[in-house]
Design a protein around this ligand. Sequence first.
Ligand code: ADP
Length: 795
Amino acid sequence: MASIAGVSVPVVPSHWRVLAVAIGCGIVAALVILWFVGLPIVAAGFAAATLVITGVLIAARLLFPRKDVRSGEPDWTVANAIAAVASDAVALTDRAGRLACANDRYDQLFRGYPTPPNLPIDAGDTERLGSAGRTAWRDGEATASVVAGGTRVDVTIHRIGDTMLLWRFAARDSADVVTTAIELLSGPQGDRLGEAGIMAALLSPDGRVRIANRVLRMRAMGHDEGAIEGRDFARFLITDAGGMVRFEREGLSGNPLRVVEIPLLESHDAPMLIALLDEEVPIPVPAIGSSAASHVRSLVALMPVPLALVDRDGRFVHMNDAFQRAASIDAAAPPLYPGDLVVREDKGALADAIRRFAGGGGYATQLAVRFNEKPDEAVHISLTGARGLGDAAVLMGIKGNSEEGRLKNQVAQATKMQAVGQLAGGVAHDFNNILTAIIGHCDLMLMRHTPGDSDYDDIQQIKTNSNRAAGLTRQLLAFSRQQTLRPQVLQLPDVISEVSNLLKRLLGETLELVVQHGRNLGPVRADPGQLEQVVVNLAVNARDAMLSSHPNGGGVLTIETRSVTAADVRRLKNDILPAGDYTALRISDTGTGIPADVLPKIFEPFFTTKEVGKGTGLGLSTVYGIVKQSGGYIFAENIPKAGALFTIYLPVHSSAAGAVTQKVPPKPKSGETWGSGTILLVEDEDMVRAVAERALTRQGYTVRTAENGEVALEVLGDGPAPDLLISDVVMPTMDGPTMARRVRARFPQVPILFMSGYAEEQLRKSIDLDNVAFLPKPFSVQQLAEAARDALATK
Ligand code: ADP
């Protein structure tokens, strides 16, 4: 039904009615003439003439209608009727630009009756429509194309007379969509789609190709000549067992395709636009017939850990980017078999393991192998039997060189060092007891012999060798961080200058020593003697490395000190070094460097690459222990085309943080060690107790002994306080500190001297008593006598 915007319905007068009026008027005029003139012939002639004139005028009007006749208001009923049957949206506007009439289709298209050109279209289209309207007023008609409601609409405008404009809006119908699609796929637009990697075709409802772009014709047929139109599209494609689609012409080794179906129209029997895209495959599939289900591939591709899929024949089916990176694989030439990745010695073991899993044996295992690219670095390959993953039979992962793996290795290394340290500490403690007994007995024997005596030199030899053994035990304790340190706040350059003379002697004539100190170095808190040992040990190793690479000499040992701020540490991105201010000590040489397989082991005790008798393997482990015990960090690396570099970071000591001021032990006063009084000696090791008892008795003391804390309390009984209590720290049943606390509870003034094979630092926590002295084992008779005398002096 038509809708009317204007309202006015006048009726055009009929020519026949004019003729009837003229005839009537002619008859009346003839009667009047007859009345006045009385001649009927004149009256009849007048009537006939009137009739002829009227008829001629009507005929003339009919034959030559006047162009400029003002018809007055148009007949809107007719306009409406015409508009209603029009399939396009139609509207009439008048000279003043008002909407006079529009149909239902117009209402649907523009959701109401807006006046053209001000329609709900974008501003540019409104502008174009307005211009077309002006052209139509001038030239009689004009066309334009606009987009309304997402549809392209062709507009034709006709001028009707001088008063009206007829606007006709034709929305492009489905036929136009297909035409557009055909236009898009053929010719240059189709090639542009191809350049963007899109192969596209328009299929008729029966699946036959109506048109395809050039790249699709090339891939499907191998050439772009000859007609593809009318051929069954499905014939060009194959689908494998895993559901991957490929071009039939390219076979199973071709690149898998993603098929996207785009229904152009809603109806089922409408043409279908098909787009084919190459699936992203990181590497070409090397083996015919090898493919995993596409979702498994996608999953593997997404995983951040290095993973690859291997088929039953032991060939790679797929590998992700992380795997390629970890195994240094060139994506352009991927290996066919996992065995191609590893060094010759490991090929057999890897192939065997894969064969076992591919055959259905086992579920998971790990294998240490070395890649061709990095033959010095062992990595762990994990193998897992895969079920239900298409052709993939084994899932292969690389462990060990991922970030997580690296951290795990570091933690494992630290744990191992800790365990070895504990073992070394325990061994050193036992040795210290034995050495105390040996040295003590030597001292006692020497007291009975005079120099020149036949036994005197032998006893001296035993004592000298025992002292060497005591030195080794101290190194073990240093490694296990259980030695007694005497830390002081000091500047690293002072330590270096203390040892530089010794270093020069060590390096000899042929090797050069270069020392460079940084600016604004913060003070550090460490035992200067131990730090000297660190520098000497590192220098000795550097010398050995330089002499073995240049036997005739020529090499430089560089010692640098540097200030490292917290910001510098953050920039270093070192996982181990916590942010903070450090003073760094860098010791580098121009020697052999440290081989990659040796580097992770150098700090382990007894690890040495030197000839038997030349290296003990304790140098760097001692360094490590001292640095750790001083709260520092040590790193070893190789300098490209030079030698090794050891960097030690010692935390800068701030006076606020270092509230504890180390009690400097009183220098042993030489001289008289004779004394008197009662000493209670508590020691669980019989040999140490025996020698200490004899030594103290010899000095004039009355010694009472006990083998542990409980026995000591029994020995005291209700009796008087001893003048001095000398006790071991770690003992069975009741330890030294517990017993000492009980004794102090009864006799608050009694002086106490602890002796131990463990470090004082380690024991400080358990010895929470004031005014106690400490004597590290092993000690000589002289040292024991002096310590007893000094302790008694504090009473
Ligand atoms: P030792 O010196 O008795 O062998 P260390 O613990 O001091 O024991 O050193 C362990 C190993 O570390 C050495 O045997 C050597 O292989 C290696 N090493 C240490 N320092 C260097 C260096 N500056 N250059 C090359 N290799 C080194």
